[in-house]
Design a protein. Structure first.
Length: 690
């Protein structure tokens, strides 16, 4: 018997918690948090603690398979790679390189720069611009808005902040280690404000809870600006020296009085004033924006712009306790951009989703794929490789996307389990978990408050599973791209990436803190924008026909976009709230997590339930213009009246049967998933277990 332990980084969220894995004859038998890791200090959330169950789940795909006459047949990796390479060469020869699309899921994005980087490099070498990811429906509007305002992507310096606004985020459920940092700041005197339609676990611990109608966040931000500017609470010296377009902004927000904004948001006018004053007068202040909650509305991009502007006009940018820009390792890029000639589908309509000035955002808008696959316009997609994603379940309008995928000539899915998307594939490949990959885990934008990187190590080998990186390295050589992929293994790629840093993989083996956050760097070089200042008013946006200042689309004084009363669909539906035991559609098969969260629930206020004649625990039917599902009701005071909240990623009550892929946000193309019109009523169809 040979016992050993390996230090590595968890891969279930962006935090990258330090993890010690104990092995017995090569099999993982125990996981613990690393006590000296700056993010988790020895703790693991329920997901991280379930890593072994996840890795050895009986549901995992064990070997490559090919679908022959509707039946799955086991094949070798060599056969799988040869078949894929031959088909991709045929597609490129007959239809051009743009006819291949690839889709990356969270397991790829969270793995590190090696797996994602090799995926992008392969696309470049092949010549296709059609790379898509889950960011098409979350995070990208947030990223785009900050870059177009600041020229970079700063993050809240929570550790040093005296006022923290949790806007559309519930870190206790989504990022528990960040929740610990917020609690620490609160213990040190910071005031914490939670803005959310739901009184979440994080909101209950806040000093102030601010209820708001889904989809109206941009209006609230504009109302806060009205108070701050009209009461001269803004940082006049910083605004005069380092912002562009303040006069235009001041004129724009005059009509957004607290009283008017109260009618739109449902947030009391005096509460709006109170939040604005506290934020503006605190010694330092930062807004923690939800990863996707604010993005998935008609004003997703403009809401993030408004949040950025709130930070700017109060002088809380590149400052201690405000927004800060921690250094990242200067890794070498793996891209071969010069080899791509065409434009991604979606880049035509949403150019800022691909590039802002010289900053590449870097992907097409995946929500255009439904129609592109069905119509062949603007050009046909014939083959697709889906890695670490289950779009048929987790992307909007699941029924339509499934129909679209049926139009593909060739579909390859690399997955942990036989997902709904994998079932549609021609070839299925066994993916490795984060315990079976070697990569660099750089704490995403200083999640711990200090720049820190760690080598994610390959700890175990499960059956014939391979890492994302190994797949792309081998496929590249099989297809004839060997000169662009000269590395023998993943370690060679890591050394290549690290070369500009002067570090080696061994230096990162047990974690490495590097550098420190520097505040006020703009005083040396300004901001990386056309004006050299923070762009409150964006001429770039105006030139493209977009609103140059954060704007809202009103559909009556009490509704925005798809939110608000309607005779046929009188309720507002919000989808996708996080739970500590889940990562999108993953981990539903882990029994000890399932016990903590056994089924999806539709949350609604008692007033709504009484009006609809719905009892707590009853199976109800929720309908939108797109579709309907049956789900169990949970009646709770912790949600505002008129709103229903349901989780996503559950096959037995798929929220994406209710959602549409049609673009809501005109700048990013992100769909509306947080403020949909819906109706609900009691329903007990045959076969539903009560």
């Amino acid at each position: 018997m040979r016992e050993e332990s390996v230090n590595t980084a968890c891969g279930f969220c962006v935090a990258g918690c330090g993890m010690k894995v104990s092995l017995d004859n090569g099999r993982a038998v125990r996981v613990e948090g690393l006590p000296d890791h700056p993010v988790n200090s020895g703790r693991l959330c329920p997901k991280g603690a379930s890593a072994i169950d996840y890795a050895y789940s009986q549901d995992r795909i064990k070997f490559p398979m090919k679908k022959i006459e509707g039946e799955w047949k086991r094949i070798t990796w060599d056969e799988a790679l040869a078949t894929i390479a031959a088909k991709l060469l045929q597609v490129r020869r007959e239809h051009g390189p743009e006819a291949l699309a690839v889709v990356a899921g969270m397991t790829v994005l969270l793995s590190g720069p090696v797996g994602k980087g090799l995926m992008r490099r392969f696309c470049d070498a092949y010549g296709t611009p059609n790379y898509y990811s889950v960011d098409s429906m979350c995070f990208n509007p947030h990223l785009m808005a900050y870059v177009s305002t600041f020229g970079n992507f700063p993050v809240p310096d929570i550790n040093n902040s005296k006022c923290v606004i949790l806007w559309g985020t519930n870190p206790i459920a989504s990022q528990p280690m960040k929740a610990r940092r917020i609690a620490s700041a609160q213990a040190n005197g910071a005031k914490v404000i939670a803005i959310d339609p739901r009184r979440t676990a994080s909101a209950k611990k806040a000093d102030m809870y601010v209820p708001i109608r889904p989809g109206t966040d941009c209006a609230l931000a504009l109302g806060m600006m009205n108070v701050i500017i009209s009461e001269n609470l803004h940082d006049a010296a910083f605004v005069d020296r380092w912002t562009f377009g303040f006069e235009e902004l001041a004129g724009h927000i005059r009509s957004f009085t607290p009283e008017r904004v109260a009618r739109i948001t449902g947030t009391p006018a005096e509460t709006i004033r109170q939040v604005a004053r506290l934020f503006a007068t605190s010694e330092s202040a930062s807004i923690v924006q939800g990863t996707m909650s604010l993005d998935q509305s008609r004003t997703g991009f403009q809401t993030a712009r408004a949040i950025a502007i709130l930070q700017a006009i109060t002088g809380n940018v590149d400052s201690k306790g405000g927004f800060a820009d921690p250094p990242l390792l200067p890794l070498r890029s793996l891209r071969l951009r010069e080899m791509v000639r065409g434009k991604a589908i979606g880049e035509y309509k949403y150019p800022l989703a691909y590039r802002i000035w010289d900053r590449e955002i870097g992907e097409g808008q995946g929500m255009v794929l439904h129609d592109a696959l069905l119509t062949g316009q603007p050009y046909p997609i014939k083959a697709m490789i889906v890695q670490g994603s289950n779009p048929v379940l987790s992307w909007p309008n699941s029924s339509k996307l499934k129909e679209a995928f049926e139009k593909l000539d060739f579909l390859v899915v690399m997955s942990l389990t036989m997902s709904e998307t994998a079932e549609m594939a021609d070839i299925v490949l066994p993916a490795g978990t984060f315990l079976e990959k070697e990569d660099i885990m750089e704490i995403y934008r200083s999640e711990s408050g200090i720049p820190y990187a760690m080598l994610r190590k390959k700890v175990i080998q499960y059956e014939e599973a391979r890492s994302d990186a190994d797949f792309w390295l081998e496929l590249a050589k099989q297809i004839g791209f060997g000169k662009y992929f000269p590395w023998q293994d993943t370690r060679g790629v890591i050394d290549h990436l690290l070369e500009p840093t002067g570090l080696s993989a061994d230096d990162l083996a047990n974690g490495l803190a590097y550098g420190s956050i520097r505040y006020g760097r703009y005083e040396e070089k300004g901001f990386h924008t056309p004006s050299g200042k923070i762009e409150l008013f964006s001429e770039t946006m105006a030139d493209l026909g977009y609103d140059p200042l954060p704007a809202i689309e009103l559909a009556g004084e009490e509704s925005i976009g798809d939110a608000g009363p309607d005779e046929a669909y009188p309720l507002t539906l919000t989808t996708g709230a996080r739970h500590l035991t889940r990562l999108h559609s993953q981990l539903h098969n882990i029994q000890k997590l399932r016990k903590l969260n056994p089924e999806p629930l539709a949350e609604m206020h008692p007033d709504s339930a009484e009006r609809l004649g719905i009892e707590d625990g009853e199976i109800i039917r929720i309908e939108t213009e797109t579709g309907s599902i049956d789900i169990r009701a949970r009646v709770t005071e912790d949600i505002i009246p008129g709103v229903i909240n349901i989780p996503h990623g559950w096959a037995e009550a798929n929220a994406n049967q209710l959602t549409s892929e049609q673009p809501g946000d005109p700048v990013s193309g992100t769909p509306v998933l947080k403020s949909l019109r819906c109706r609900a009523g009691a329903s007990v169809p045959a076969g539903i277990r009560c």
